[in-house]
Design a protein around this ligand. Sequence first.
Ligand SMILES: [Zn+2]
Length: 100
Amino acid sequence: MIGISKIKAGGHVYSVEYVDVVEPFMQRIGQVNLLTHEIRIHKDMAISKQEEVLLHELVHIICDLCKFDMSEEDTGRFGVVLHQIWKDNPDLFSREELPE
Ligand SMILES: [Zn+2]
């Protein structure tokens, strides 16, 4: 598991759970409940895939907050690219000072 148990977005705290079954009777690897602020991630995936799915669910939250009408396919592509950028720039938000 990637060890992230909470994410704050739009002033709300979303809990993150790593589970064996995301949604009974449906084959899902991740899900966000925008009413209860719960994110469920399938725990039997590679760490990088869990990260990608978590960002995918975060994109759903962003779309809800911004009232963007993004398709599931577009949400998927956006999550993948966001994950790639995040992984390729791990220090993006950790710099104390910007270089001159
Ligand atoms: Zn989705």
